[in-house]
Write a protein that binds this ligand. Structure first.
Ligand code: LFR
Length: 482
């Protein structure tokens, strides 16, 4: 039986509510509500305006209600969390992962635990913002001392909608607090950051029903008989679930604010090579592992445009100019941590170029060209290394998310890798969110036929590799990439 479903998909700069219809040979999605997600800087640091986000979700759900959805699922970015006291009250606004308070504490925790030992325990790439380091930075704070429960963003919103707590496992796998082998919370890692493991709620798998809307929520939205279903609540896990794969030999790049590039594997790889190359083993749907690396992504471009005071209407013109700018003049390693915080991106890129004896991008077109070529090189490096380390072959690269609209980036990723890139869907995260709900509500037994359905129902764009591969090889070497 086809199902009518609602996906709430929260990104770092905007949130969306979509309604969809998913059946064995039917997959349609419509956006019913979109809102800005603007972080707020307070004396205590950079925070998410979580009450405003919740308010917008309620608005979107009220718009979705007339379609009569069976189920609602929420996905969001990873690692950030809210703390609840014993009565369920939120203790302060969640911090944004781009807040800089974890910078030094992260390195200290890793040194104390031992980098290799920590990787054996949690299989996670080092990112200074991983939940465990945020918790270490909050040690001794009134909020943490008074907390009874720690909830990641989608779980917090699920709690507000239903009154039920839990920790969805794909997102829990990004915290650093989940054991990569047992897939249960790790008391050892919790102890290492001074976290009482009782704060960590019971794990739930994607597809588990969280509950019904609280009476107040039902009244506000009109969603009385709809269940709230746990999806792959980490947005990247949903995006990977939404990859329109038709065979097994694919790599993916989930490309938006971040580029998350890697492979879907049946089990984690926690070898020394994987650790040294900073690959993460996050959980996917149906027990899979997302073996991938974070690359700074279109953030480099978004933050440059913000600095220049340009809006998205100016993007096409900028890309046209970038296509005409001379190739491979200046390149940056798009995983360099200096690019993580908000701020003047063109200035930081210029500083990187000066330090590495490259020309400072002469104008905006040159800078955009530098960013996009560097990202293509980042995609290439991550996918090549992932394939080598996991001993897998990759024949097709699926590039999903907002980046799929960027024809230059898609073509250059294909050229740099020497592999075809299949671009789309742009809304893979919402698609994946709905596919998991569809599976949970009986549309299919596993993901494979649903992914084929994405392939059949979406306009995908295929980019064949061409151009001078040798030029990409030497460009990669210039910034120390594979
Ligand atoms: C992408 C993403 C990444 C995660 C980063 C921070 O939106 O979820 O997977 O590493 O945001 O949470």
């Amino acid at each position: 039986m086809p199902q009518t479903l609602t996906a709430v998909d929260l990104g770092a700069s905007s949130g969306r509510v979509l309604v969809g219809r998913v059946g064995r040979d039917e997959l349609r999605l419509t956006e019913v509500h979109r809102f800005a997600n603007d972080p707020v800087r307070l004396p205590s640091g950079l925070h998410w305006n979580i009450a405003a986000i919740y308010q917008e979700i309620l608005r979107g759900l009220a718009m979705a209600a007339s379609h009569g959805p069976t189920s609602v699922g929420i996905d969001a970015w990873a690692v950030d969390y809210g703390l609840l006291d014993a009565g369920g009250a939120l203790l302060g606004l969640p911090h944004h992962y781009r807040d800089d308070r974890t910078e030094t504490v992260a390195a200290t925790v890793v040194a104390e635990y031992g980098a290799a030992e920590l990787y054996r325990a949690n299989g996670l790439q080092f990112q200074p913002f991983n939940t465990m380091f945020q918790v270490a930075a909050a040690r001794g704070s009134v909020a943490l001392e008074g907390a009874a429960t720690l909830l990641l963003i989608p779980d917090l919103l699920g709690y507000w909608l239903t009154g039920n707590v839990g920790a969805e496992v794909t997102n829990a796998s990004t915290t650093g607090l989940l054991d990569v082998t047992t897939r249960q919370w790790s008391p050892q890692v919790a102890a290492a950051v001074g976290l009482n493991p009782d704060l960590l709620p019971a794990l739930r798998r994607p597809g588990a029903v969280i509950g019904r809307p609280r009476p107040e929520v039902a009244r506000a939205t009109g969603l009385e008989h709809t269940s709230v279903t746990a999806v792959a609540s980490h947005d990247t896990a949903s995006a990977v679930a939404g990859v329109p794969a038709v065979d097994g030999e694919f790599g993916y790049v989930s490309c938006g604010t971040w580029s998350l590039a890697g492979l879907e594997l049946p089990q984690p790889v926690t070898s020394e090579d994987a650790r040294a190359a900073n690959f993460t083993n996050e959980l996917g749907v149906d027990g899979t592992t997302r073996f991938l690396r974070n690359i700074m992504g279109l953030w480099l471009l978004q933050e440059s445009m913000r600095t220049w005071g340009l809006g998205s209407a100016e993007l096409p013109g900028l890309l046209e100019e970038a296509a005409k700018a001379p190739p491979f003049v200046s390149l940056v390693d798009p995983s360099d941590p200096r690019f993580l915080p908000p701020g003047d991106m063109p200035d930081r890129i210029a500083a990187y170029c000066r330090e590495t004896d490259q020309p400072v991008p002469a104008d905006r077109a040159a800078l955009v060209r530098c960013v996009l070529e560097s990202l293509a090189l980042g995609h290439r490096d991550a996918l090549r290394r992932a394939a080598a380390i996991a001993d897998r072959s990759v024949r097709t690269v699926h590039l999903v998310g907002g980046g799929a609209r960027n024809a230059l980036l898609c073509q250059w990723t294909a050229d740099a890798l020497g592999l075809p890139v299949v671009a789309g869907p742009v809304e893979a995260t919402a698609v994946g969110n709905m596919l998991v709900q569809a599976q949970a509500h009986g549309v299919a037994d596993d993901l494979a036929p649903l992914r084929r359905l994405v392939h059949e129902t979406h306009n995908l764009c295929r980019y064949e590799p061409h151009g001078d591969r040798g030029a990409w090889d030497s460009a990669a070497r210039r910034i120390g990439l594979e």
